[in-house]
Design a binder for this molecule. Structure first.
Ligand code: SF4
Length: 480
């Protein structure tokens, strides 16, 4: 199906008329000042719009121009812009900005090639500054643009950079500047990354909906109302994702149980809001060491029983396993150890793995078992971008992979591979070298089930567009 892009974007324009304008466009409208647009754009990466708006306002009070910015120390900048995502790194970039701008006589440059020479400015930021601040043709490809253009099958790409290149070839130039703000506002309100609201979207009949799982229509029953939806996500700090909007995001998952790993917090360090999200009961198993490891559940279903750990102090002190028992199955949420630098913890990890397998095999004798979490291992070469370079590295050693072989031989099934044999399907990307943008990643997060549960697995997928952590969530739909 080929879509009519002019019509689609016209409809989107109508739909978002009363929605919030992305913050960077707002700043451009309010100030027409390229310096402020540039700085706000740097701050906006991986940060909610409201947080960017407040941080920009605080910063611009003290530093309305380049000269005043150059007089503020990096530590003070970090305090001013906190809590934007990666505020320490962004403060470093801002501190270096006045020096870097000398090459351009202190004036914000107007081309992408020049802008990307500035600290903290990648192609997305550069495109946004060129289009928003200078009203020149450029296509900023935010994650929403990349995602929605693929959903519409207007492009067929696996990275935002490739999307930008294809759009430069085929998108009529009149759409280049507005497309980003249109699709960001549309992606935040209707065509959301998790459970898009297709039921109220005027594009519903014509949209190809590639790889989309629409939300359940409020008040309507699922076709098979015994289906349950589970989400697993290594959040790399539950307090960090709280600042990135987790409390609003949780209901959007529309999941029966959400399983988190690497929560890095003890229960008394969590806000009351985080512990009591409406509609869910939360369960936490934390490490004794503060700010380390930890797993958690948010469940809409009432379990028969909750089990904390594996019953072995060596592992339970690290808060790595929590299990819920339901009528027909167990759900085990696991944060496997990392083998660590120079593989110092490989032996510990292999002992943990063995214990975990025995634990699952014991439960399997009673009823079905679903295991999920960050396994900290890419099983096969297809499960990471650079297998040859990583043979001796944590997460891809022969020892870890052969444990995964033994786990599969014991009858446990990697549900994602029941449906998808494609390469380049990852769940974790390093924060360095723009790895996520370039899709240089690893698939180390899994939903596995025991052999007898195979027929009960309805679908398994990777929610690669959900940001907030260096891992993305994964999903399992299951009929007990
Ligand atoms: S129909 Fe659904 S998938 Fe398509 S654009 Fe609308 S919300 Fe997005």
């Amino acid at each position: 199906m080929t879509i009519n892009i002019d019509k689609f974007l016209d409809i989107v324009r109508e739909v978002i008329r009363d929605k919030k304008v992305p913050v960077v466009d707002l700043i451009a409208v309010q100030t027409k000042d390229p310096f402020k647009v540039l700085v706000a754009t740097i701050l906006s990466a991986r940060t909610k719009d409201e947080v960017t708006a407040q941080a920009s306002a605080r910063l611009f009070k003290k530093a309305p121009d380049l000269k005043s910015l150059s007089q503020i120390h990096e530590n003070r900048l970090a305090k001013l812009i906190y809590p934007v995502g990666f505020y320490k790194t962004k403060a470093k970039h801002l501190a270096k900005l006045p020096g870097a701008m000398q090459e351009f006589s202190g004036v914000v440059p107007q081309t992408i090639e020049e802008l990307i020479k500035l600290p903290g400015v990648g192609r997305k930021t550069a495109n946004l500054v060129v289009s928003v601040a200078f009203n020149k043709p450029a296509i900023c490809v935010d994650t929403h643009v990349h995602r929605i253009m693929n959903i519409w099958e207007y492009v067929n790409t696996d990275t935002p950079l490739k999307t930008e290149m294809v759009l430069r070839d085929q998108l009529p130039q009149k759409h280049w500047i507005p497309v980003n703000s249109l699709l960001v506002a549309f992606g935040q309100s209707i065509c959301r990354p998790v459970s898009p609201h297709c039921d109220i979207c005027p594009l519903n009949k014509k949209c190809p909906k590639k790889d989309v799982q629409p939300r359940k229509i409020p008040g309507a029953k699922m076709k098979n109302n015994s289906n349950l939806k589970f989400i697993s996500w290594n959040v790399n700090g539950i307090r960090a994702v709280e600042k990135k909007g987790f409390i609003d995001m949780l209901p959007e998952f529309d999941a029966d149980v959400v399983c988190l790993q690497e929560t890095k917090a003890q229960e008394d360090q969590l806000s009351e809001k985080l512990k009591n999200i409406s509609g869910y009961t939360s369960y936490f198993h934390s490490a004794e060491k503060k700010g380390y490891s930890g797993v958690a559940f948010y469940s809409r279903l009432k379990p028969l029983q909750v089990q904390y750990g594996l019953g072995d102090d060596e592992f339970d002190s690290e808060g790595r396993v929590i299990s819920l028992e339901f009528d027909k199955f167990f759900l085990i949420n696991i944060y496997f150890p990392n083998s660590g630098d120079k593989l110092k913890r490989l032996d510990y990890k292999l002992r943990f793995n063995q214990k975990l397998k025995e634990f699952a095999q014991t439960l399997e004798k009673q009823k079905n078992v679903i295991l999920c979490g960050d396994f900290n291992v890419a099983h096969k070469e297809i499960d990471l971008k650079n297998p040859k370079n990583n043979v001796k590295h944590a997460g891809f050693t022969p020892e870890e992979r052969s444990w995964m072989d033994s786990f599969v031989e014991a009858g446990f099934i990697d549900t994602f591979r029941m449906f998808n044999q494609d390469p380049l399907q990852y769940t974790w990307w390093s924060y360095r070298f723009s790895a996520r943008t370039k899709n240089i990643g690893w698939r180390i997060d899994y939903f596995c089930v025991d052999g007898k549960a195979r027929e009960k697995v309805h679908s398994a997928s990777i929610l690669k567009d959900i940001m907030g952590s260096d891992h993305c969530p994964i999903e399992l739909v299951y009929s007990p």
